[in-house]
Write a protein that binds this ligand. Sequence first.
Ligand SMILES: [Zn+2]
Length: 295
Amino acid sequence: MPYYLILLCMFLVPINILAKPLRIFVSVLPMQTFVQQIGGQYVDVRAMVRPGYNPHIYDPTPQQIGALAQARLYIKTGVPFENAWMHRIQAANPNMQILDVRAGIELRKMPSHDHENDHEDHHGHASNAHDENELDPHVWTSPLLVKHIANKIRETLTQLDPDHAQVYERNYTHFAKALTKLDQEIHALLDPLPNRKFMIFHPAWGYFAQAYNLIQIPIEREGKAPGPRRLANLIAQARRENVRVIFVQPQFDKRLAQQVAQAIGGHVISIDPLAADYIPNLRRVANQIVKALHR
Ligand SMILES: [Zn+2]
């Protein structure tokens, strides 16, 4: 091989490697959006839980597990399917870095059975209060927590790809500003509401509720639908609290929510914690809550 060709190859090979975007896997779609906001053209992000699927019971496809072999980073959120699959995800590529976005966030407990006016018997439920599965994984529903998560993503991308540190920094600053603005908008919408309680089938909005001083009344508890007795209690509570809207999310069965809505002469509205268009979606959700709680 002529000398100049060898020289050319020496230059081309590393350039090709550098030009390849970092392959990153995340668990849910909003997380994909966050990584794209920070990483831009330098990342190739894929969400495990595809649109329309439920992260509580998701099984990754063999193709997804295969694609992990080329991944540099897996961003973990702690949604239930991950608790079941994490060791297989890790085994698929032991060199892949794992970032758990929950680090540094004070996690909420999922609403459990010992709350409020719930007198239903629980037949020999073991008390496993420190089970990781009982901690609420839906951290991304609070814009200010997303700012914290985005900064972690920035740190990790910078470490994996220091050449683009400035781009990641600039993108983060831009995204963080948008999140601060979103947070202020939502406060302006929700702060004046005299009624602070909303009823929902799957309690995915705990961090959102905490951030805006709202109370989420879940129909489902610990991933289980209520029995007839608790359902009757919930209907009575809905009447007492003047609830007129029952929130559901598109990935879950709506029948029980419809049953409650029918009993109180209200209706069911869908809000999606897994939408990919994070900022416009949160604005939509806040507006839906305003409509539902306005008297
Ligand atoms: Zn959920």
